[in-house]
Ligand binder design. Structure first.
Ligand code: F6R
Length: 617
């Protein structure tokens, strides 16, 4: 949460920062601001609302500064006001800071600093830190050495409890930025005669593809031509590892689509093709994963899997649980990462832990990983963002390769997690009792996924018409059984997060144990009723809905027959292998939610109160 951009180089810093902020705006959009350093003084502009509001403030100004920092905020401490927007200045005017994270001991810090004469303009925790830096700077001997700025930041950070990704400017060191991280992402873009700091690769790929991922506890000092990396605690110099990012600027651009969510829904055939590319065995009977760092022998010793994740990724784990238990016969537990960390669940010796995350930065998931590792368990990650903290801290894992996901509501990352889960079930199944011919059939099914998704996507106009018909309702139920239950949860989550309509996902057979009380003409049900052995029971449940004057939007299989009038609306899926059914069934509920939200004029890509990548607890 919160987007950070810092620039030092020869170009106009304000333009580069604004472009970067637009690209990281999905990390938080309560307010945006920038500070540029010119002729020994800061100009700070900040405004509540979107980056566009900031652009309007900057437009009439003639900035020539070549050093600056900018921020998009997802509010934690202090309301959404101009005063609380970042950057914040120290009260002596010498420092400007942008911060992503939470400083837990800021109250004590503020009291200490107030006693030393420092004053505060905002309600934020961040302002305490920038003043603490100023305090240490004032205490450092002025020896003309560049390191005075760096040392002041480092000393201040030694007193911080909490999390931070920061970038700091100092009026006395006009062509320098100091950045540091603990618990919040920070990436250095190494450019040609310029260096950039950002919370997210997307903010810097237009300038460079050479990056250094800072680790927790590291501080970086940059000028236009050089940078140095060291540890905050021990002050040890670190030799940086420069990675090359494969993303291109176009990957994160909207093209002809109205919203990133729409683009990402329609991108799924290609994204899932990328997820699977090169990951089937030569005899096409199993999956292969290069990065598990465990041998087949190691994996045969495993007798339990624990999956930890949050939100949409947690739903993907529920599907993986069903497939792995069915095809590999290994018991699986799925935990909310936020609960796992504090639950102190007893784990057996031969347990393997998976964390699943699009961003690779979700703090709850990261802390679950750390907790499991602390207890000595091997932790593998299923993650989309290459080089993210979770990717780097795990013992191995599987990259999703779904490409950048910009829409706050996860779509293609979710289906690519479903694909990875299905491939994992196949791989583990083939290490145990799944036969060669069953493996071949399974692989054939997975390879069909992109084409079958394309076929489901052709129903977009029909789903749009359904969305129009039902968009005025304020409550929805999503019901499904077996592997359709997690998709019901996901459908309900998608609808509520982008349209602000109340929606609940439930196992279809549980309806009669309570939620049936909600059924009325005003509360439509999205009902997953694919062909298969459960079909007659599913039809009975829909009949119970109709008997209570409920309306049913039924997602089913082409050719499935219902009694006349049972389905108010019907969306067909092509017949398919059961391992890929959850992937195909996701597409209609993504489209339905998207079109309802668009019909209601919601801000689809940046729904209220949310942010992509939740890096606070
Ligand atoms: C919902 C959504 C969130 C995320 C959750 C975990 O559409 O995007 O529920 O799935 O915050 O995020 P990651 O996968 O980045 O760990």
């Amino acid at each position: 949460m919160c987007g950070i951009v810092g620039y030092v180089g020869k170009q106009k810093a304000s333009s580069i920062i604004l472009e970067g902020l637009k690209r990281v705006e999905y990390r938080g959009y309560d307010s945006a601001g920038l500070a540029v350093l010119e002729k020994g003084a800061f100009t700070v502009l900040k405004k509540t609302g979107r980056v566009d509001n900031l652009v309007k403030l900057v437009a009439p100004r003639k900035f020539h500064a070549t050093t600056g920092i900018g921020h998009t905020r997802w509010a934690t401490h202090g309301g959404v006001t101009d005063a609380n927007a970042h950057p914040h200045l120290s009260s002596d005017g010498k420092f400007a800071i942008i911060h992503n994270g939470v400083i837990e001991n800021y109250v004590g810090m503020k009291q200490f600093l107030a006693g030393k004469g420092y004053t505060f303009q905002s309600e934020t925790d961040t302002e305490a830190l920038v003043n603490l830096i100023a305090y240490h700077f004032a205490k450092e001997p002025a020896n003309g050495d560049r390191s005075r700025f760096l040392e002041s930041v480092r000393k201040a950070l030694l007193h911080v409890e909490g999390t931070y990704g920061i970038a700091v400017l100092c009026t006395e060191c006009p062509d320098e930025i100091v950045g540091a991280r603990k618990g919040s992402p920070l990436i250095l873009g190494v450019g040609d005669g310029e260096n950039i700091l950002a919370s997210d690769v997307s903010a810097l790929v237009s300038r460079t593809q050479n990056v250094v991922y800072l680790k927790d506890g590291e501080v970086v000092h940059l000028t236009e031509k050089s940078f140095s990396l060291s540890t905050i605690q021990e002050q040890e110099e670190i030799t940086p590892k420069i990675d090359r990012v494969s993303w291109k600027v176009e990957d994160a651009e909207l093209g002809t689509f109205a919203h990133f969510m729409e683009k990402e829904i329609f991108e799924q055939p290609a994204a899932l093709e990328n997820t699977m590319r090169g990951r089937f065995s030569a005899d096409a009977s199993t999956a292969i994963f290069g990065g598990l760092n465990l041998t087949a022998g190691d994996l045969r010793q495993i007798d339990r899997l624990v999956f930890c994740a949050c939100g949409t990724a947690w739903h993907a784990c529920l599907v993986a649980e069903q497939l792995i238990e069915r095809y590999a016969r290994i018991p699986v537990e799925v935990e909310y990462a936020s609960e796992f960390r504090y639950r102190n669940a007893p784990l057996d010796k031969n347990t393997l832990v998976f964390v699943v995350t699009q961003s690779g930065e979700t703090l709850d998931t990261l802390e679950a990983l750390r907790e499991a590792k602390r207890k000595g368990y091997t932790v593998l990650a299923i993650v989309n963002v290459v080089g993210s903290t979770i990717a780097r801290e795990s013992d191995g894992g599987i990259y999703q390769h779904a490409g950048p996901e910009i829409g706050v509501a996860s779509t293609k990352a979710f289906t690519s997690q479903l694909v990875v889960g299905a491939m994992l079930a196949l791989y583990l199944g083939r290490l145990r009792d799944m036969s060669y011919s069953d493996g071949v059939e399974y692989v054939k099914a997975l390879k069909q996924v992109p084409e079958l998704i394309k076929a489901v996507l052709t129903q977009a106009p029909h789903i749009k018409a359904i969305a129009k018909r039902f968009s005025h309702h304020r409550d929805f139920l999503f019901l499904g059984r077996q592997s359709m239950f997690p998709i019901a949860l996901e459908g309900a989550l998608k609808l509520k997060e982008i349209s602000y309509i109340h929606a609940e996902g439930y196992p279809a057979a549980e309806m009669k144990h309570g939620p049936i009380a909600l059924i009325s003409p005003d509360c439509p049900t999205v009902f997953f009723a694919p062909a298969g052995e459960m079909f007659p029971k599913l039809v009975s449940s829909i009949q119970e809905i109709k008997a209570r004057k409920g309306q049913a939007i039924v997602i089913t299989t082409t050719g499935a027959e219902f009694p006349p009038g049972l389905a108010d609306e019907r969306i067909d899926l092509p017949p398919c292998h059961e391992a890929i059914l959850p992937i195909l069934a996701t597409i209609p509920v993504q489209l339905l939610s998207y079109y309802i939200a668009a019909e209601l004029g919601r801000d689809v890509d940046k729904p209220r109160n949310l942010a992509k990548s939740v890096t606070v607890e």
